[in-house]
Design a protein around this ligand. Sequence first.
Ligand code: 5GP
Length: 184
Amino acid sequence: MRLEDCKDDIVRVVVTEEQIKERLAEMGAQISEDYAGEPLVVVGVLRGAVMVVADLVREISIPLHMDWMAVSSYGDSTKSSGVVRILKDLNSDIADVNVLIVEDIIDTGLTLDYLKQYLEARGPKSVRIATFLRKPDAAQVDVPVDYVGFDIPNEFVVGYGLDYAEDYRHLNFVGTLAPHVYGG
Ligand code: 5GP
């Protein structure tokens, strides 16, 4: 869905379609260089990271496997619960391979902190993190993030995989919602 299809619901565009495309190409090139000659599994975190994984892996020029995990997140609210539950685990064995976790957004960092430790316990060669978006609070958590698409302000955003009450995931950009959408 494009901005013109939902103009009334969006207050501000935070990242445009063009910016997304350009940045993912840069990240893909960097990842290809960093993991050249190495076994790589890209682990997407469902459901928010579907778009970024789909577009990012197509910018990676070395062999890789793809796998997915699902963890609980915000539900229908716009505030972090701090609770992380594994809803779907990996299909593949990650022992002795390099794992690159791909997230849609890091806010408090609680989700990734947990996931990283969870996967490290399986004996991979390495576990690194790529995130499409990062909010300022993420700096307070001790999770090293290896690849960041965009640093954004501390606002609730939707689009390009990110939802509000399961809506707006299919926007081809990232934006902030008008108060009337929240019932305000
Ligand atoms: P964290 O554990 O870092 O606080 O939160 C990570 C998860 O919270 C993300 O994977 C995402 O599901 C959700 N989240 C955090 N900030 C936002 C936001 O601005 N918009 C949406 N739609 N989800 C968010």
